[in-house]
Design a protein around this ligand. Structure first.
Ligand SMILES: Nc1ncnc2c1ncn2[C@@H]1O[C@H](COP(=O)(O)OP(=O)(O)OP(=O)(O)O)[C@@H](O)[C@H]1O
Ligand SMILES: [Mg+2]
Length: 261
């Protein structure tokens, strides 16, 4: 008998505007995995995360979380499901009128009955984890982009989720903080068996944190394997991505090839 995946995308088709973004995608993510999703800008990585969170519906196909079909959940069940999933958005997505403390407290206050003292302790602990101690009373506008990103990461961990989706968690961060975030992602699955899906462009970070890697290209997952096999892939698109060279199939394909005017 095989294990039930935590997340299972089955024959997913997503079209946005006149672009086929995901074209019959199949993907399984198992508990404890750290799956890194790679792909060019505009290849549909963020779309895939939005799909898993139930923010976006596919034209066809099924998104499963354990045995649940995400698209079939009622509003209240969807909220409950989202409370089990942490999301670190590409643009941080903090609420600008709220302090760091209020941003972090919000999901916990809405979805749990934890006493204030416990919430404050959680806030302190999670800010410490991302190196942002003492920023509780600051507004997002008083922080740098990288700092906002780290606060957004702390917010994603507030509900102690079993799955965390990271959209470019280290983009725009300095190398030291990037390493701290990489370590954090690794520790999360080591200590609490948290499952992570991580979108990144940083290949060093990808190889450091991934237990599996998947590459999106022209609407398809063209490779899905272990980091070692990914690095040794014979697929020319994957090779070009891994080595970062300008010569290869990626540069020959105009970015908007399939959305011609
Ligand atoms: N609301 C929308 N309406 C129309 N097209 C959209 C919409 N959202 C995204 N797209 C298109 O879908 C494609 C995939 O977008 P997505 O944000 O998933 O890319 P990405 O892989 O995350 O890119 P990046 O690395 O730049 O963040 C892009 O071509 C984008 O233009
Ligand atoms: Mg994106």
């Amino acid at each position: 008998m095989s294990e039930t995946p935590l997340v299972h995308l089955e024959n997913i088709v997503v079209r946005l505007g006149d672009k086929m973004v995901l074209d019959e995608i199949n993907l399984k993510v198992f508990t404890g995995d750290r799956l890194v999703i790679l792909g060019q800008s505009g290849s549909g990585k963020s779309t895939m995360l939005r799909l898993i969170l139930g923010i976006l519906r596919p034209i066809s196909g099924v998104v499963r979380y354990r045995r649940l079909q995400v698209q079939k959940l009622s509003r209240s069940k969807l909220n409950l499901f989202r409370s089990r999933v942490g999301m670190v958005y590409q643009d941080s997505a903090l609420i600008s009128s709220m302090t760091v403390r209020e941003n972090l407290a919000l999901p916990v206050e809405e979805l749990s009955r934890k006493p204030r003292k416990e919430i404050n302790a959680l806030i302190k602990e999670n800010l410490e984890m991302v190196g942002m101690s003492g920023t509780e009373e600051k507004l997002p506008s008083e922080l740098s982009g990288g700092m906002r990103k780290r606060v957004s990461l702390a917010r994603a961990m507030m509900m102690q989720p079993e799955l965390i989706l990271f959209d470019e968690p280290t983009a725009g961060l300095d190398p030291v903080i990037s390493s701290v975030i990489d370590e954090l992602m690794i520790n999360l699955s080591g200590k609490t068996n948290t499952t992570s899906i991580i979108v990144t462009h940083e290949m060093d970070s990808a190889f450091k944190v991934a237990t599996r890697m998947a590459m999106l290209y022209q609407g398809k997952i063209i490779e899905e394997t272990t980091p070692d096999r990914f690095r040794a892939s014979a697929n020319p698109v994957v090779r070009q991505f891994v080595t970062g060279t300008t010569e290869g199939p990626i540069t020959k394909t105009p970015l908007n090839a399939d959305s011609s005017k």
